[in-house]
Design a binder for this molecule. Structure first.
Ligand SMILES: CC(C)(COP(=O)(O)OP(=O)(O)OC[C@H]1O[C@@H](n2cnc3c(N)ncnc32)[C@H](O)[C@@H]1OP(=O)(O)O)[C@@H](O)C(=O)NCCC(=O)NCCS
Length: 325
């Protein structure tokens, strides 16, 4: 078995990569739609502005049997952790291939001056014992939730919007945040303190724009609704509609800053988002989201809106020094 770095993947290499993802998905669909070739292509070719990613394939008898991605957001050596994803064809597992790819990715991580790495995996999958056997610890448990848009008819969102507090204006934008709200949005993103902790980097206007540009570069569309009072963003919610499978949109961040909590602002911005998507993107049928297992308020908001629990996922983190060499 050979491990090869892909610096500039060709069409054929992207197809081989995609075939591995398809085989892994077929063995454990986890209720998720099968990956589309266009999505794989966009992920392999589209890199976060200001960041990089490294790709490796494991090849045996001329066939790609496993793939690994190491995303390196921001500048080299930055405090931000790298993000790793390894996928091994089901029939080639438990032969040390995952470990070999992790070792190669760990070298890439150290070469970039990173001190840690994170991985997001589903509970009950082999990824859990695999990561735990290699120095990773679980830093966050996330509950996957899915909303069927048909369960939230316009009368319901109208009632939710009417029940919200007065004194806040709603603003919305597609793509990168308008300049006038950039600092305020970065400030509101700090409200997601539990996430900021393991992401290790503060939100500023630059990073907020960078995130939106990354989504656009993939060809996906980012929608944001915010509740504003005196120029301050008191709460906001973000949804991304993927270009290739707009049927299932993805909830990104939602936060209400501490001084404005307890006033149903979270549910209000989310209800406004549903109204907007219904009018603007009628092809969106479902929205998926992840909530930290201990984030009782956000779970309550989402359950009230009609989100139903799916599988749990976990964020794992390891120090670069604990990874195999
Ligand atoms: C997780 C995954 C990458 C592991 O790949 P792999 O090639 O089977 O892993 P390895 O053979 O290198 O396993 C190394 C060690 O990890 C642990 N491990 C791996 N899979 C395990 C399992 N199913 N049960 C228990 N321990 C396991 C063992 O300690 C193993 O050593 P051992 O076989 O000598 O006991 C693979 O199962 C996979 O592709 N899963 C689906 C995709 C996924 O969830 N990826 C994770 C994202 S990082």
């Amino acid at each position: 078995m050979d491990v090869t770095a892909l610096d500039d993947p060709t069409d054929a290499q992207i197809r081989q990569w995609h075939a591995v993802l398809t085989a892994v998905h077929a063995a454990d669909p986890a209720g998720e739609p099968a990956p589309e070739l266009e999505q794989t292509m966009a992920r392999l070719l589209g890199v976060e502005p200001g960041g990089r990613q490294r790709l490796w394939t494991a090849v045996s008898d001329g066939r790609v049997i496993a793939v690994a991605t190491l995303r390196l957001p921001g500048e080299p050596g930055a405090a931000r952790p790298g993000e790793i994803d390894i996928q091994v064809r089901p029939e080639h597992r438990r032969r040390g291939i995952g470990r070999r790819l992790l070792t190669v990715a760990a070298e890439g991580l150290r070469a970039d001056g990173r001190s840690s790495v994170i991985a997001q995996v589903l509970e009950g999958t082999p990824a859990v014992p695999f990561l735990e056997a290699h120095g990773f610890r679980c830093v966050l448990t996330l509950r996957g939730l899915l909303l069927d848009m048909a369960d939230v008819p316009p009368e319901r969102t109208a009632a939710l919007l009417a029940s919200g507090p007065g004194g806040y204006g709603l603003v919305r934008w597609r793509g990168v945040v308008p300049d006038e709200h950039a600092e305020a949005l970065a400030h509101a993103k700090h409200a997601m303190a539990d996430l900021a902790q393991y992401e290790g980097a503060p939100w500023d206007a630059h990073r907020v724009r960078e995130m939106a540009e990354m989504v656009a570069k993939r060809g996906d569309e980012l929608y944001t609704v915010a509740a504003v009072r005196d120029g301050v963003i008191a709460g906001f919610t973000e949804v991304v509609v993927p270009a290739d499978s707009p049927v299932r949109a993805a909830q990104y961040d939602t936060a209400v800053v501490p001084e404005h909590r307890g006033r149903r602002l979270g549910i209000r911005v989310k209800a406004a988002m549903l109204d907007w998507l219904r009018a603007e993107r009628p092809e969106v049928r479902e929205i998926e989201t992840d909530n930290a297992g201990d984030n009782v308020h956000m779970l309550a908001v989402n359950r009230e809106l009609g989100f139903r629990p799916q599988r749990e996922s976990r964020e794992y983190q390891a120090d670069a020094t604990d990874l195999p060499t």
